[in-house]
Design a binder for this molecule. Structure first.
Ligand SMILES: Cc1cc2nc3c(=O)[nH]c(=O)nc-3n(C[C@H](O)[C@H](O)[C@H](O)COP(=O)(O)OP(=O)(O)OC[C@H]3O[C@@H](n4cnc5c(N)ncnc54)[C@H](O)[C@@H]3O)c2cc1C
Length: 397
């Protein structure tokens, strides 16, 4: 009888030295990527964030599809931790001229969380080095060098840019792709009163050029009111042009901005929803942007690489509900590609190109979908290229 062969180890020995990985951006995609890379066995991963403290950039409600939820669950972030209202239902009420309002119920293939719940869950598990704004890259003897505001610098083999829609990484690596203001704003609010009458995501389309979404979040209701605003109107409401003020927080919200939203609420919403808007103290606003679809995600820097993912790669319109989903899915794929390099000696460039080939089409599709949805809703600068009224629902969430 032959002696049993020893079992093959589940994790073969490392064939390539561990790359030093720098992740730029500590909001959602950056901490998710950091955590995924640490969980994949990389021990030299550092996440750098420009701001000294967290601020909810994307705002409140974020819907995550099953694949992103499953990825998070694999990292120990259960739905119990980040999902407070588990309804999958989306109720949409559309008004069309001369016809009775249409009520459509759909099921979302996932669940909703909030920026704060997700950010807190991620950053409780990974250290984020705050107050470190990356300014530029160079390379010394083939090794990429990261230069931060204030003069500090460090080296890394792989630089993962997850620095959002105003990405420094995109400006450095893919400078021709610039943001173009789409001509409308997501005015947002979160009520301070606990809600007891709404569990589902409700979307109202009272007329062309107006959309109102409202859903429960811990402690109240989160709403987004999409309304047209020229760049001049945005500047008057928030004190700076959309390209400069990519997120308008409480301190930027002028009386004019509040009353603009309140007037539209009175004009377009039921008395109940208008009262909710009028009573909302916590407000912010997000101008909607477009960008050319990405054509690559990976760039060589000396002998190392830099990659873009999440909103830094593809800052999609919020209606697509794909921004955070894309970031988490791309980060999970990146960890797989890098693990093939260290565990099995796969060529690093080839592994990253394979990752790009798998994830680029979805990112480009989401970028292209945004203007199609905006146009169907009659929102923004492209609204005159309106799609036929009988077009099937294109809203991703
Ligand atoms: C109204 C609204 C609704 C949305 N709904 C959904 C949804 O339902 N589903 C969904 O998937 N997505 C949704 N999104 C999109 C989602 O919020 C974003 O895609 C997501 O927040 C992007 O995360 P990110 O980490 O890639 O970028 P960001 O959240 O923009 O974070 C980038 C981080 O990088 C930091 N940073 C920037 N520059 C530097 C630098 N040079 N050095 C260091 N750090 C830097 C920033 O300070 C920031 O913390 C929605 C967005 C909005 C506005």
């Amino acid at each position: 009888m032959t002696a049993p062969q020893p079992a093959r180890p589940l994790c073969p020995p490392l064939l390539s030295p561990q790359p030093r990985i720098a992740v730029i951006g500590g909001s959602l995609t950056g901490p998710a990527a950091t955590l995924l890379l640490l969980a994949a066995g990389f021990d030299n991963v550092t996440c750098y964030e420009a701001t000294p403290s967290s601020a909810p950039l994307g705002g409140g409600l974020i819907s995550l599809e099953h694949s992103a939820l499953d990825t998070l669950e694999g990292l120990g972030i259960s739905q119990d931790e980040i999902v407070r209202y588990p309804s999958e239902k989306i109720i949409e009420i559309r008004h069309q001229r001369g016809a009775a309002p249409q009520r459509i119920e759909r099921l979302y293939p996932g669940r909703s969380t909030t920026w704060s719940l997700l950010h807190n869950a991620l950053t409780a598990r990974v250290p984020v080095h705050r107050g470190r704004r990356l300014e530029r890259l160079s390379h010394r003897g083939g090794t990429p060098v990261l230069h931060f505001t204030g003069g500090a610098s460090t080296t890394a083999d792989v630089i993962v840019f997850a620095d959002g829609r105003a990405s420094t990484g995109r400006a450095l690596l893919d400078p021709a792709r610039r943001l173009h203001y789409a001509g409308y704003v997501g005015y947002r609010g979160r009520t301070g009163q606990p809600q007891n009458s709404q569990d589902d995501f409700l979307r109202l389309q009272p007329c062309t050029g107006v959309q109102f979404n409202i859903a429960p979040v811990p402690g109240g209701l989160d709403w987004t009111f999409y309304l047209d605003a020229t760049a001049e109107q945005y500047t008057a409401q928030f004190g700076a042009p959309p390209q400069q003020r990519l997120f308008a927080f409480g301190r930027h919200i002028s009386t004019a901005a509040r009353s603009h939203v309140d007037q539209h609420a009175t004009a377009h919403l039921s008395a109940r929803h208008a009262a909710t808007v009028h009573a909302t103290r916590t407000r912010m606003a997000v101008p909607v942007f477009d960008i050319d679809a990405p054509t690559r995600m990976v760039w060589p820097i000396g002998d190392g690489y830099a990659v873009l993912l999440g909103d830094s790669l593809a800052p999609v319109r919020p209606h697509t509900a794909r921004g955070a989903n894309n970031g988490i899915e791309q980060a999970a794929g990146l960890a797989v590609a890098l693990r093939q390099h260290t565990r099995h000696g796969a060529d690093l460039g080839a592994a990253l190109n394979g990752w790009q080939r798998r994830f680029l089409p979805a990112a480009a599709a989401a970028v292209r979908l945004g203007p199609v949805i905006g146009s169907r809703l009659g929102l923004g600068a492209t609204s005159h290229r309106t799609a036929p009224a009988d077009q099937p629902a294109l809203t991703a969430r």
